[in-house]
Design a protein around this ligand. Structure first.
Ligand SMILES: O=P(O)(O)OC[C@H]1O[C@H](OP(=O)(O)OP(=O)(O)O)[C@H](O)[C@@H]1O
Ligand SMILES: Nc1ncnc2[nH]cnc12
Length: 193
């Protein structure tokens, strides 16, 4: 893995994070190089580096709301939210949230999926951060931005641990900044899910 343009070039924590992410060829389908963050979770030093880097970046940005994308955004979002004193909102796959929800469809490489959010969770004029483990096409994060904006929040930034190379050079999603810690080498990534 290589570091991306994130203002942390030369920071040894990025290598520790990269090294802790396992790459599984041809999972879950032939041709996909799966970036497995579950091995990062087995390494408390590297896992803490991820949380520390995001907390350092966001603690003084007046963020009141951290939204995490099901499922892997639920791992990284809550510790960041707690450390910066923001609430955590889960963005869930369809049919999981009770109460009044709004939903957004988005494109996957094959087919479509949908994300839902509890509309009462967001107050107007909140400043939001969206967290996920990985950005591939950006469809999931774009749907997340739309949900939050529809509920009246201002999305300050989206942040992911891994950005796939097809995303190289792209640091905006729906006009919002995207902040990524590491990126697999070309060798590590054949395609996305
Ligand atoms: O940038 P994109 O092309 O939208 O892809 C990125 C999304 O894909 C993965 O989740 P997935 O939909 O596989 O769900 P999971 O976390 O429940 O496995 C990943 O955790 C991101 O949420
Ligand atoms: N290559 C990949 N590894 C892990 N999660 C993904 N989501 C989309 N593409 C992925």
């Amino acid at each position: 893995m290589f570091a991306v343009e994130n203002g942390l070039q030369g920071d040894p924590r990025l290598k520790a994070i990269s090294d802790a992410i396992r790459v599984i060829p041809h999972f879950p389908k032939t041709g996909i190089m799966f970036q497995d963050i579950t091995t990062l979770l087995l390494d408390p030093v590297a896992f803490k580096h991820v949380v520390d880097i995001f907390v350092d970046r966001y603690e003084h940005m007046n963020i009141s709301l951290v939204a995490g994308v099901e499922a892997r955004g639920f791992i990284f979002g809550p510790p960041i939210a707690l450390a910066i004193g923001a609430k955590f909102i889960p963005l869930r796959k369809p049919g999981k949230l009770p109460g009044k929800v709004i939903s957004e469809e988005y494109e996957l490489e094959y087919g479509r999926d949908r994300l839902e959010m509890s509309v009462e969770a967001v107050k107007s004029d909140e400043r939001a951060l969206v967290i996920d483990d990985l950005v591939a096409t950006g469809g999931t994060l774009s749907a997340s931005i739309s949900l939050l904006e529809r509920a009246g929040a201002e999305v300050v930034e989206c942040a992911c641990v891994v950005g796939l190379p097809k995303f190289k050079g792209q640091c905006k999603l729906k006009g919002k900044p995207l902040y990524v810690l590491v990126e697999p080498s070309q060798f590590d990534e054949l395609t996305t899910l």
